[in-house]
Design a protein around this ligand. Structure first.
Ligand code: NAD
Ligand code: MG
Length: 298
C-alpha cells in the first residue's frame, strides 16, 4: 500500500531533498512540465470524510498548493470549483479528472483574478455550479523577483498587488452573499511575510497584507459564524519557482536551507487547509498556520 499522510515516518526523509535541474517557464507555467514532478497527493492523500457535502471555491487550483488542496478537499467529500488562468487549462483538467474519480463535482472556471469583474463572475459561477458555497480558498498568487527597486516597474508592482491582495478582497467580498454560518475562508500567505527576501519586496509585502487582512476580517466575520484563517507555506516545489519566482540558478538548492533540510511538497500543505476548512477548527479564527519546514516565525 502507498504511504499516506497518516503514515508514521520520519518527516525529514518522507520526501527527497530534491535538487531540480535548471529549468524555466513563462508565467504562469504548467505543473505537467515541472522536473521533478511534485507530489500533489494523487497517490498519497487519503480522505476520511472531514468535508462531507461541502462546496469549495479554490483559486490557483490547477497546480501546486491549490491543486493539492483541491484533491484533498474532494477526497474529504467536498465538491470543488477550480479557478485558474486560461493557459493552464490542461493542468486544471487533470485535477478535475482526479476529483471526478472521487465521485465529486469539479467545476472548471478559467479567468483572470487580477480583474475585479472576473473575480465576481468566478464566484457567481462557482456558486451556481456547486449549488452554493461554504469554503473559499484564496490561493492564486504572483511572485516575480526583481533585484533592484528601480527596476520594479509600476505595472509589475500593480500586477502583484492585484493578483495577491485585490483578488482576495474581490473574491471574498463577492463570496459573502453565498457563505452561510459555518463557512470557512482560507488565504494563502507565506513565510515571506516574516522573512522577506531582498529580491521579493512587492511579493513579501502582499503576504504581510494577507496576514493582516486575515486577522481583521476574521474578527469582523466571527459574529456571523464565518471563520477566516491563513496558511503560510515555506519553500514548496511548484511552478511559481521556475516562472521567475526566483533566479533559475538558485532552484537546485531550493528549500535546502530550512531546518528540515528539504523543500516541501504541495501534498504536505493540504492537511493544514483541510483542518482550517473543517468544523474541527471551530475556535481557530484569524490564525496563520505555518507549514514551512521549521523556519522560525513571530
Ligand atoms: P502555482 O504556480 O502552482 O500556483 C499559483 C496559481 O496562481 C497558478 O496556478 C495560477 O492559476 C494562479 N494565478 C496566478 N495569477 C492569476 C491570475 N491573474 N488569475 C487567476 N489565477 C492566477 O504555485 P504555488 O506555489 O502553488 O502558489 C500557490 C500560493 O502559494 C500562492 O499564493 C503563493 O504565493 C503561495 N506560496 C507558495 C510558496 C512556494 O514556495 N511555492 C511559498 C509560500 C506561499
Ligand atoms: Mg498553475
Amino acid at each position: 500500500m502507498t504511504n499516506d499522510q497518516y503514515t508514521f515516518d520520519n518527516p525529514k526523509t518522507r520526501y527527497d531533498a530534491i535538487t531540480p535541474p535548471v529549468q524555466h517557464q513563462d508565467e504562469p507555467g504548467l505543473d505537467s512540465r515541472l522536473d521533478p514532478r511534485p507530489d500533489l497527493g494523487e497517490q498519497s492523500y487519503r480522505g476520511t470524510g472531514r468535508l462531507s457535502g461541502r462546496k469549495a471555491l479554490i483559486t490557483g487550483a490547477d497546480s501546486g498548493i491549490g491543486a493539492a488542496v483541491a484533491i484533498a478537499f474532494a477526497r474529504e467529500g467536498a465538491d470543488v470549483a477550480l479557478s485558474y488562468l486560461p493557459s493552464e487549462q490542461s493542468d486544471a483538467e487533470r485535477i478535475a479528472e482526479l476529483i471526478d474519480a472521487e465521485g465529486r463535482t469539479a467545476a472548471l472556471l478559467p479567468g483572470d483574478a487580477s480583474v475585479g469583474e472576473e473575480c465576481r463572475r468566478v464566484v457567481d459561477e462557482a456558486a451556481m455550479a456547486l449549488g452554493g458555497l461554504d469554503i473559499l480558498v484564496n490561493n492564486a498568487g504572483k511572485q516575480v523577483y526583481c533585484e533592484k527597486l528601480e527596476d520594479l516597474s509600476d505595472d509589475a508592482f500593480d500586477a502583484t498587488m492585484r493578483t495577491n491582495v485585490y483578488a482576495m478582497f474581490w473574491l471574498t467580498k463577492a463570496a459573502l452573499k453565498y457563505l452561510p454560518a459555518g463557512s470557512s475562508i482560507i488565504n494563502t500567505t507565506s513565510v515571506q511575510a516574516y522573512k522577506p527576501s531582498p529580491i521579493l519586496v512587492d511579493y513579501a509585502t502582499t503576504k504581510a497584507a494577507i496576514n493582516t487582512f486575515t486577522k481583521a476580517l476574521g474578527a469582523q466575520l466571527a459574529e456571523r459564524g464565518i471563520r477566516v484563517n491563513a496558511v503560510a507555506p515555506g519553500p514548496v516545489w511548484t511552478t511559481l519557482q521556475v516562472t521567475d519566482g526566483q533566479p533559475d540558478e538558485k532552484i537546485s538548492e531550493f528549500g535546502h536551507d530550512t531546518p528540515i533540510g528539504r523543500a516541501g511538497q504541495p501534498a504536505e500543505m493540504a492537511p493544514a487547509f483541510v483542518f482550517l476548512a473543517s468544523p474541527e477548527s471551530s475556535y481557530v479564527i484569524g490564525e496563520t498556520l505555518n507549514a514551512n519546514g521549521g523556519i522560525p516565525t513571530p
